[in-house]
Write a protein that binds this ligand. Structure first.
Ligand SMILES: NC(=O)C1=CN([C@@H]2O[C@H](COP(=O)(O)OP(=O)(O)OC[C@H]3O[C@@H](n4cnc5c(N)ncnc54)[C@H](O)[C@@H]3O)[C@@H](O)[C@H]2O)C=CC1
Ligand SMILES: O=C(O)C(=O)Cc1ccc(O)cc1
Length: 302
């Protein structure tokens, strides 16, 4: 099964980046796209995010052998319903949503009998919209596929090959496991950033200008993450609710233990934890999993 025609629904950061990456790395694939926002379609035409920008979802997916839904996770079901009647019988439908179990359920409800292989490229930035995409977003990044148990092997191989051709490394995982892992590695860290930036800005005796002026170091990094798209993240927390609540429970217990250590002056407990976390950071760097590029995501658009 070879992918020759790709349809992208949602032409923001992820959809736009896929279109640009295909143009750069997999030029033999013809691309069409649709976004429900006419201003996004206009921008997509201007930037050439896909070969053909269509004014309705049916036209975009007709004849496509792969359709990738790149909309917020809460909009996946609606976007899938809009293409249901126009899909080619052999089409694979995939997505890029940050949570997987609830998206898979939504897609199965909307597209009974269709070959659905959910996916999550673990690659992004705090930017969103059609201006934000760039061709190298997926280079050396993981893309996790969460095929259902009865997925056709050939279709999984085709989707895996597609992501590899865009420069990504592919991993296959159960959706439930994906949701737990991403809750702790991505969703809770975002929640912490949203919280700390909100807490600082709520302080009555610290002015907004002081928060900005003295935000060198840790806080500055949190403000980048906390600038991420509000619709996207609202949907992630609502869709990955059980896994996020499970991990948030553990995190809260650990935070309480740390609070107790500080209150009781238990320097050894603090030192032990900080030594452990420093070792983890060093291991991440040794394995080449970090991204030290300054302003990652803003330099090489287009
Ligand atoms: N932003 C990031 O760093 C990453 C995001 N993701 C996932 O990718 C998906 C898209 O995120 P972004 O590209 O960042 O968002 P974005 O906000 O840049 O783009 C989403 C686009 O979807 C369009 N849209 C919404 N509902 C639609 C519908 N029913 N039909 C057609 N178009 C519709 C919007 O108009 C918007 O242009 C989300 O599910 C997110 O969880 C995955 C990895 C990284
Ligand atoms: O900008 C960052 O640091 C990110 O963490 C980007 C990101 C956001 C959501 C995802 O599902 C995957 C990656």
């Amino acid at each position: 099964m070879t992918i020759t025609r790709l349809a992208i629904i949602g032409l923001g950061l992820l959809g736009g980046s896929i279109g640009l990456a295909v143009r750069e790395h997999a030029g033999a694939i013809a691309t069409a796209g649709y976004d429900r926002d006419p201003r996004v379609r206009e921008k997509a035409r201007e930037r050439g995010l896909v070969g053909t920008v269509c004014d309705n979802p049916a036209d975009a997916v007709r004849d496509a052998d792969l359709v990738v839904l790149c909309v917020p996770v809460g909009a996946m079901e609606e976007a899938a319903r809009e293409i249901a009647g126009a899909l080619s019988p052999h089409a694979i439908v995939s997505d890029v949503g940050s949570s997987k179990q609830s998206v898979a359920e939504a897609l199965e409800r909307a597209l009974p009998g269709v070959c659905i292989i959910p996916a999550h490229p673990v690659a992004g930035t705090e930017q969103s919209g059609p201006e934000a995409g760039f061709a190298s977003l997926f280079t050396n990044r993981w893309c996790i596929l969460t095929p259902p148990d009865d997925a056709e092997e050939e279709a999984v191989a085709a989707l895996s090959g597609f992501w590899t051709s865009l420069g990504a490394r592919v991993e296959i995982m159960e959706a439930a496991h994906h949701d737990l892992v991403l809750a702790v590695t991505s969703h809770i860290p975002h929640l912490i950033a949203f919280t700390i930036v909100g807490t600082a800005s709520d302080l009555e005796d610290v002015t907004r200008s002081e928060v900005i002026k003295y935000s060198a170091g840790g806080f500055r990094d949190f403000t980048r993450i906390a600038a991420s798209d509000p619709v996207m993240w609202r949907d992630v927390f609502l869709s990955n609710r059980p896994a996020v609540l499970e991990m948030l429970g553990r995190f809260t217990e650990d935070l309480t233990a740390l609070q107790r250590a500080i209150r009781s002056g238990d320097g050894e407990a603090l030192h032990d934890l900080f030594s452990r976390t420093r070792a983890i950071r060093r291991a991440v760097i040794e394995e080449g999993q970090d991204d030290e590029r300054p302003d990652f995501g803003r330099e090489d658009h287009g």
